[in-house]
Design a protein around this ligand. Structure first.
Ligand code: ATP
Length: 369
């Protein structure tokens, strides 16, 4: 499933050079993106980068200042919110406290010309989809937070929208429940085939649920790609830094042929070697390396493409992994992560231990200045 890589695929949603200004403030800046049917598309970015504004434009609560948003190839600007095949689920859920679960789900359907028994059948389907059959007679205050979240989801899917917008849908749940609910959300998205666009502050959540993650910065999408590609091949220091942990090494790159670069980076330290299929200009560069791609050892590994000596400065033991902060002679700190899956049979390190850090030529992503 990768319609974004298929030039013949036509998108469900298309932003064409959309700009949204509030007064002289530009909230969305000449943004273009295609979102496809059955996608689970996540918008990720710091507060104020424009995520909610994009959702509000899709829902019809805001109109672009410039540019066009198309749904199925048609400009949706003239279509009022209640006539769009789009629904929005808010973090607060906005359930009616005096109505039962059943009636909450039926509410929107009753305001259409749908026949009574068709409504009943639809509500039953939604109850089954969200595993709420047993709770249909209860009021919102008689069910748990996770169940309320499912009622809100059932209600927003009842009218079978083509596009469901989810604004921090799991924000009110605690971490454990949130993680379980992420999988439910994926199952429900898949079984209904509805296109989901989710806004979340939680990058792990975006990585878990989404078919593609769009990383935003100041009203623009910097990179939109499947989670693994965003993580393994970030297109900028901004994206590398926003998703997961990363070491950024600044240096000077010189191309030596065969996809190989020599990187001079610190006085008195051996130059680094990086392989990159993506060409960059020789000159100032950044090498982004994930901590788990850096090995830590007592001796210099014999055949490492890159090796540098330092001293353990800090250790964070997180159960499944440990993160070491290693200080290099120049004072720079490098993070290296080890998986604790061998019952620490091998030697582990402690503060001030001299250690070697090493990584392969393809471990890092080479980024132009
Ligand atoms: P958060 O994660 O905090 O919800 P966000 O990425 O959703 O942030 P938006 O709510 O889209 O950000 O807002 C983007 C920018 O546009 C912000 O700087 C915000 O102050 C501004 N903005 C949004 N709506 C309006 C408005 N109606 N009038 C003026 N400025 C607005």
């Amino acid at each position: 499933f990768a319609p974004w890589d298929d030039p013949a695929a036509s998108p469900l949603i298309r932003f064409r050079n959309v700009t949204k200004r509030f007064g002289d403030f530009t909230a969305i800046d000449d943004l273009s993106i295609d979102i496809f049917e059955r996608e689970f598309f996540a918008l990720l970015g710091p507060s104020g980068c424009g995520k909610t504004t994009m959702m509000r434009m899709l829902a019809g609560f805001e109109t672009p200042t410039e540019g066009v948003i198309e749904l199925d190839g048609r400009n949706i600007a003239p279509v009022p919110p209640n006539k769009r095949p789009v629904n929005m689920m808010f973090q607060s859920y906005a359930l009616f406290p005096h109505l039962s679960v059943w009636d909450n789900i039926a509410f929107g359907l009753r305001r259409t010309d749908m026949a009574k028994d068709a409504i009943a059948a639809r509500v039953e389907d939604m109850l089954k989809l969200t595993r709420l059959e047993r709770f249909s007679r209860r009021k919102p205050h008689q069910i748990s937070g996770g169940q309320r979240q499912r009622v809100a989801l059932a209600r927003s899917l009842a009218k079978a929208p083509k596009l469901l917008l989810l604004d921090e849908p799991l924000g009110a749940l605690d971490k454990k429940l949130r993680q379980d609910t992420q999988f439910e959300l994926m199952d429900i998205q898949e079984s209904t085939g509805t296109t989901f666009v989710i806004v979340t502050h939680d990058q792990e959540e975006a990585m878990t649920v989404a078919s593609r993650v769009a990383v935003m910065d100041q009203g623009r999408i910097v990179q939109a790609a499947p989670p693994a590609r965003i993580y393994e091949e970030p297109n900028s220091v901004y994206v590398a830094d926003f998703i997961g942990e990363v070491n950024i090494i600044d240096g000077n790159a010189a191309y030596q042929g065969d996809d190989s670069y020599r990187i001079d980076w610190a006085e008195g330290l051996e130059p680094l070697t990086a392989h990159s299929g993506r060409r960059i200009e020789s000159g100032r560069c950044h090498l982004a390396i994930r901590p788990e791609k850096i090995a830590i050892s007592a001796e210099r590994p014999a055949d490492a493409a890159n090796a540098v000596q330092g001293k353990v400065h800090d250790i964070a033991y997180l159960g499944n992994i440990s993160t070491y902060h290693v200080a290099l002679p120049g004072g720079q700190l490098i993070k290296a992560q080890t998986a604790n899956n061998r019952r620490i049979a091998r030697r582990s390190f402690t503060w001030e231990d001299p250690v070697w850090l090493s990584w392969t030529a393809t471990a890092g992503v080479l980024l132009a200045e």
